[in-house]
Design a protein around this ligand. Sequence first.
Ligand SMILES: [Zn+2]
Length: 317
Amino acid sequence: MLLIIAVAIGFEAARRLVQGGPPVDPTGYAFILLIGTILIESGRAFVMRRVGGAIASEAMLADSVDRLADVLANLGVLIGLIGVRMGLLWADAAAALIVAVIIVRAAGMLTWRSGDILIDRAPAGAEEDLRGAIRNVGGVREVRSVRVRRSGPNLIGDATIATGRMLSVEAVSALAEDVKARARSVLPRLDLAVTVEGQKQGADLVERIHAAAARNGGVRDLHNVTVEREVDGSLHLTMHAKLPGDQTVAEASSVSRNLERSIRAELPEVTRIDIHLEPMEPQVVPGQDVTARNAQLAAQIRAIVEAHPEVKRCVDV
Ligand SMILES: [Zn+2]
């Protein structure tokens, strides 16, 4: 509708500029009406811009742009009428052309902004800004994907990042919180969902062995992982793993074979794997203070410790 009006005004103005037409007779109240409109519309545009910015309402901001276009159009008409009063007959048509251009611009902006909102398009550059910000968060090795879209006055998005594979659940959730905090510093209205994945590239051999054991889940507390490169170039792995103490040897060796398969799947170049199985310690070990009963042993320990020239005094044994 705005565009049709603008084209009609522009066409008529151009015709008058070229061919001339009946003179416009600006009466006094036309000026009063125009000045009144300009004042009221300026006030409305100002208030809408303020409020629209404060509550982040795109609709209200678009409305304020509309009001401002009205003000400019009215100013154009006012200048045109002043020109006509001063005897410049072409001034009215020229002002009408300006008005037509302003209306076309306002219509274009309105269409563009509504389109943004209707198809949930995120503000330009939001995804690049977000990607750049979270890439620098400590612990993030790689930003795999970033998406942002609009949801009413807010933004919602998701990000997939890659980090070391052996991070604990605690560390992963702390990392996700860090990423969200950094994202909010760039896009305050963003509600971000973070997916954390383990990065396979760049992981060292020991990390990959721990990852394979963690995925396998059969053993507890894998430790003392040693990777030996033999003279002929082959890899020889040794490691300790703990199992519940009440498992039978048959059960334990089945778990061990299972773990070996998992490690070979992760590291096919390995030639030999030795897994030493140990029973898990009970959660609480019974204890008793026997210092008094073993006074001689305590005295010996004290003597050995104090024999070191750096030690001034042994406080408690
Ligand atoms: Zn051990």
